[in-house]
Design a protein around this ligand. Structure first.
Ligand code: FES
Length: 159
């Protein structure tokens, strides 16, 4: 089922909700210092939004390229990074940019993840990093450049 497939090479992204729901994500939409945008991957040929699986929720955010660590820089494009938006603690969507500008916070129980360094856990209760998604920017459009790196979803052993 293409709606439930994981992000595929060359997929574009569509906003998951809000004013721009289903609109294609352009690199120019994303500004440093703005909160993460929640998006779904989209098959660019059929325009099927891959919203059939909740773990396809992805956060896109533009960071300062000079902050990116060795693991993350090759997966980023123009400072834009992508991670699974599903908190590895208990599965809440991650929506908040921390005031340091380089980490995101899950508002359910406060776990914090490093955007610039592989989605590493900076503050618990989560214990597992966010899965990273390599991206590219092609003609101004944000696209998928490879499969998720890391484990998706909430840790089954945690409550
Ligand atoms: Fe994110 Fe608990 S679900 S910190």
């Amino acid at each position: 089922n293409p709606r439930s497939m994981r992000p595929q090479l060359g997929d574009t992204f569509a906003y998951l909700s809000g004013e721009y729901k289903d609109k294609k994500v352009m690199a120019a939409d994303l500004k440093v210092g703005e909160p993460p945008r929640l998006v779904y991957p989209v098959d660019p040929v059929t325009e099927t939004v891959r919203s059939g699986s909740r773990v396809n929720q992805i956060l896109l955010i533009r960071t300062e390229p000079s902050h990116l660590a060795a693991a993350t820089a090759p997966r980023a494009a123009e400072g834009i990074v992508a991670y699974s938006a599903i908190c590895t603690h208990n599965g809440c969507p991650i929506t908040l940019l921390n005031e340091d500008g380089r980490s995101v916070v899950c508002t359910c129980h406060g776990s914090r993840f490093d955007l610039a360094d592989n989605g590493t856990v900076l503050t618990g209760p989560a214990t597992r990093r966010l899965a990273a998604l390599p991206i590219a920017v092609t003609d101004g459009v944000v696209t998928v450049a490879g499969p998720f790196v890391g484990t998706l979803g909430a840790a089954p052993s945690q409550q």
